[in-house]
Design a protein around this ligand. Structure first.
Ligand code: FE2
Ligand code: FE2
Length: 262
């Protein structure tokens, strides 16, 4: 089923997760839609694999032209390689780290000389390293620093109305049961996160700094880009404690990892 699941609604402000749009050999990925009144935003909409089903589903809720923002946590194919199509078919602005704002035009060469939709760079909001707030509906969406988790320029998105932290690859897991929406048993879930975080995250120091920042936020759901979400303070704290002590990335690298191939 390609319909989204409703995560939050107060009648004006709504959040949806699409967790079942990837077919074939691509890794499972979640995409998110936030609505506030007549403002619409997508978070990490993905690439070629998800553009058609996602565009089809969201166009049942609003006219595509009305899409205000595409938030992109980092530059990966499963995050934002559909950039050219969102630029073409909507009037959206794209929000991403300043480190990637000059590279993203490589995904949208057709826009370099097009005046109708504007130069691609004019439609990118480059988020500084310290993060920023983006006006949305009656409030704003916070772009939080999450550098090196896993991309060098990495941001995450916090919605203060729903209290959902859209955490990109942080908290991602692989090999879950199809349609699993929420982590039910944290201990059982660890093996599905372990290999990914050990390799894709930068270091224990960075993860712990990030976790300390998140503890200062009022978060009800951590929604990663792959696998089920962490819902409720107990599971969120278990995850923050786990990631704060996990050696990963450069912590684990030794001379052995840098041998010439035979
Ligand atoms: Fe990624
Ligand atoms: Fe990813």
């Amino acid at each position: 089923m390609t319909e989204p699941h409703l995560l939050f609604s107060d009648g004006v402000h709504e959040c949806y997760i699409f967790n079942n749009l990837v077919e074939g050999q691509g890794v499972q990925a979640n995409q998110f839609l936030i609505v506030d009144g007549r403002d619409y935003a997508l978070i990490d909409p993905g690439g070629d694999l998800t553009y058609n089903p996602l565009a089809l589903e969201v166009s049942k809720k609003f006219e595509l032209k009305q899409l205000k923002y595409v938030f992109a946590s980092h530059q990966d194919p499963d995050i934002i390689s559909s950039l050219d199509r969102w630029l073409l078919h909507t009037d959206c602005q794209v929000i991403t780290s300043r480190l990637w704002s000059r590279f993203l035009p490589h995904l949208a060469s057709g826009f370099v000389n097009k005046s109708l939709q504007g130069h691609v760079f004019d439609r990118i909001i480059a988020v500084p390293d310290e993060g920023m707030k983006i006006p949305f509906g009656n409030g704003d969406i916070s772009c939080l620093p999450a550098h090196f988790l896993h991309s060098v320029g990495n941001i995450q998105f916090y919605d203060p109305v729903s209290k959902i932290l859209f955490s990109g690859d942080m908290g991602a897991s692989m090999g879950n049961e199809k349609d699993a929406l929420v982590v039910s048993d944290f201990t059982e879930h660890i093996p599905k996160m372990l290999g990914f975080h050990r390799r894709y995250m930068c270091s224990r120091k960075i993860s712990a700094l990030w976790a300390n920042m998140v503890r200062k936020l009022d978060v009800e759901i951590i929604a990663p880009q792959h696998g089920p979400m962490f819902k409720g303070k107990e599971n969120i704290n278990l995850f923050l404690d786990w990631i704060s002590q996990l050696e990963c990335g450069i912590d684990l690298m030794t001379e052995q990892n840098y041998q010439l191939p035979l």
